[in-house]
Design a protein around this ligand. Structure first.
Ligand code: SF4
Length: 318
């Protein structure tokens, strides 16, 4: 078990690595995304908000140092001292000239309370010079990447306009593994038309990808997104709370016990979230998962059978 939890939490892992409790602060490095700026497309992913999927990050008009101070002030009551991970969250955080990236990452790392970096990006935005920089920084600091895969199924990937193929993800994950740069794979649960069986296939793929961690997001319907427009034309069922909790437990059971679970639910903004509204009560979802794991007398990896060293990906789309 992992502390008092039945799954391998990020909290547990960071305490093990740093010997103390570590928080994350979300930053906006002022980036855009090739899937929004017209390079690949100008529509973006269907679910992406105008904040580039980072609703609670710092203010992009401010410097990284000031954003860190602002974010630390927000958690001052519960975390007045101690280290944090600087999380470059909004848009594509490796999509800029290399010197600009170096400057932003270095500025974050120079803050006395920053213990490491988390960098969200796309697998098609990791050219050699960016990997070199990440490897260099990773030699001195704790750094991980976050990749938004969302699904392995090409049909859904096209529907959500992800803009890169599964092969691209495999290529990037292989390069990251070779350079020993840890990465976290994001999946979205409840995408239109996806069955539980298909979602579990995506999880099994993550097991084989060499991911250090996984982030599970409930699909949020956010006002003003392309997903909202799609929903008006093609209404689909949003997940129910019990269904979601049960699915999370099914996922944890087949997940590699080594994989660090960074998140099992999402953060929706009360002002813009159309549904599912029950997801605003995050505490009750987390409690529901803990309770369900206990009632089923189960835990992460109970039914994990795959050999994580197996690099023979089975691409279900080919
Ligand atoms: S890759 Fe990220 S930032 Fe770009 S459109 Fe998709 S969700 Fe938004």
């Amino acid at each position: 078990m992992w502390g008092n939890k039945r799954f391998h939490t990020l909290n547990y892992e960071l305490k093990k690595i740093f010997g103390e409790k570590i928080y994350k602060v979300s930053l906006d490095g002022g980036f855009t995304c090739p899937n929004r700026d017209g390079t690949l497309d100008d529509r973006g992913c269907l679910f992406c908000s105008d904040k580039g999927s980072g609703e609670f990050a710092g203010d992009r008009r401010k410097s990284i140092g000031v954003q860190i101070e602002d974010q630390l002030a927000l958690i001052e009551n519960k975390f007045p001292e101690g280290k944090v991970i600087a999380y470059f969250q909004n848009f594509t955080n490796t999509y800029a000239p290399i010197e600009q990236l170096r400057k932003l990452y270095t500025e974050a790392l120079s803050h006395p309370r920053v213990a490491g970096l988390a960098i969200a990006t796309r697998p098609d935005c990791l050219p050699g010079e960016v990997l070199d920089l990440l490897e260099e920084i990773g030699g001195k600091h704790f750094v991980w990447l976050e990749l938004g895969l969302q699904t392995i199924h090409e049909r859904t990937s096209e529907l959500i306009n992800r803009g890169y193929s599964l092969e691209k993800f495999i290529e990037a994950s292989d390069s990251l593994k070779k350079r020993k740069i840890p990465f976290v794979t994001h999946l979205i649960l409840g995408l239109p038309g996806e069955s539980e069986r298909e979602i579990l296939e995506s999880v099994r793929f993550v097991n084989k990808s060499g991911s250090w961690g996984i982030k599970l997001h409930l699909l949020h319907l956010i006002r003003g997104t392309k997903l909202h427009e799609y929903y008006k034309e093609n209404p689909f069922l949003l997940m129910e709370k019990d269904e979601y909790i049960s699915l999370i437990i099914d996922i944890l059971e087949i997940l590699n016990p080594e994989t660090v679970v960074h998140r099992i639910t999402g953060d929706g903004s009360r002002d813009t979230l159309i549904g599912p509204l029950w997801s605003l009560d995050k505490r009750s979802i987390l409690n529901g998962v803990d309770k369900g794991l206990k009632e089923r007398n189960t835990y992460q990896g109970k039914f994990y059978t795959e050999d994580s060293s197996d690099r023979n990906y089975k691409n279900p789309n080919t």
